[in-house]
Design a protein around this ligand. Structure first.
Ligand code: PBG
Ligand code: ZN
Length: 328
């Protein structure tokens, strides 16, 4: 043998302190975004059947969940709403008196530092359950939807949102929102774009929770084909060009290659959405006693970080935060 020996990490794995020195990836409570569902009415805390351990909250009680998240050090919540009325346009989405807007105001009043992210889509607000206005054929009509998205963004910003997260994937959605926000004076409000959102069966449990399943057809016209990752990069590039502050890959677990490529290509703040079906699978197997829930969840979260994600939207946020605390 000549020269230096090849690198053998074995010696550096001998003790926990040594392992900690060569660890490349870490998970922190500051990586977590906690999704919350707010509904009309009073004194409501209803467990979501398909998302055990998560609840639909009325605005007067949602602070119970927010208090817990804040106490654990979670930096951000993501608000989804079920409106008190639906119509073909989804006009309750830009009504300042609906649950998302009211909850944003209440949360910012109590926790000015907590980052409030609001979901900007129409499927919860339209009678037909699609993510925008429909044309005569029953397909989503891109440009009129953009006009509504502008009103929605300004309403959410007015009610305190720090980051608006448009999940409907219309063409030009980021630029339209950015322009509307700037014109209304909300230049400090950021946009988190669902840039690489795939048409996925993993959203099933969410649609039950948010009452947002389409009544006809599917979302393949505006969500991406799971076969494509080059296309995902083009979508991300477009959203960045239009002014997205944060880009997202969704779902997370089956698309970690996309996360890695987006990270390496763009080096922008990157979020992954650990979606409802991913949560439900782990919960169900854990309930059966087939897996060690804590270890599986923590390993999964680390996988997202290793793939290049900076932020993780997860229904496990409270549990992960508690487990991280116990580790110390
Ligand atoms: C709606 C929306 C969906 C999710 C977030 N926003 C579902 C969909 O596109 O049908 C899914 C979240 C999850 O599954 O946890 N635009
Ligand atoms: Zn939608």
């Amino acid at each position: 043998m000549t020269g230096f020996p090849i690198y053998r990490p074995r010696r550096l794995r001998a003790t926990e302190n040594l392992r900690s020195m060569i660890r490349e990836t870490s998970l922190s409570v500051k990586d977590l975004i906690f999704p919350l569902f707010v509904v009309p009415g009073k004194n409501i805390k209803t467990e979501i059947e398909t998302l055990k351990g998560n609840y639909q909250w009325s605005v007067d009680r949602v602070m119970e969940a927010v208090d817990e998240a804040a106490a654990l050090g979670i930096p951000a919540v993501l608000l989804f709403g079920i409106p008190s009325y639906k119509d073909a346009a989804g006009s309750s989405a830009w009504d300042d008196n609906e649950p998302v807007q009211m909850a944003s105001k209440a949360i910012k009043a109590k926790y000015p530092e907590l980052v409030v992210i609001t979901d900007a889509c129409f499927c919860e607000y339209t009678t037909h359950g699609h993510c925008g206005v429909l044309d005569a054929k029953g397909d989503v009509d891109n440009d009129p939807t953009l006009e509504n998205l502008k009103k929605l963004a300004v309403s959410q910003a007015r009610c305190g949102a720090d980051i608006i997260a448009p999940s409907n994937m219309m063409d030009g959605y980021v630029a339209a929102m950015r322009q509307a926000l700037d014109e209304a004076g909300y230049t400090n409000v950021s946009i988190m774009a669902y840039s690489a959102k795939f048409a996925s069966a993993y959203y099933g449990p969410f649609r039950a929770a948010a009452d947002s399943a389409p009544d006809h057809g599917d979302r393949k016209g505006y969500q991406m084909d799971p076969c494509n990752s080059d296309e995902a990069l083009r979508e991300v590039a477009l959203d960045i060009e239009e002014g997205a502050d944060i880009v997202m890959v969704k779902p997370a677990m089956a698309y970690q290659d996309v996360t890695r490529r987006v990270h390496d290509t763009f080096n922008r703040p990157l979020c992954v959405y650990n979606v409802s079906g991913e949560y439900a699978m782990i919960k169900a197997a854990a309930e059966k006693g087939w897996i060690d829930e804590e270890r599986i969840v923590m390993e999964t979260m680390l996988g997202f970080k290793r793939a290049g994600a900076k932020m993780i939207i997860t229904y496990f946020a409270l549990e992960v935060a508690k487990w991280l605390k116990e580790e110390k």
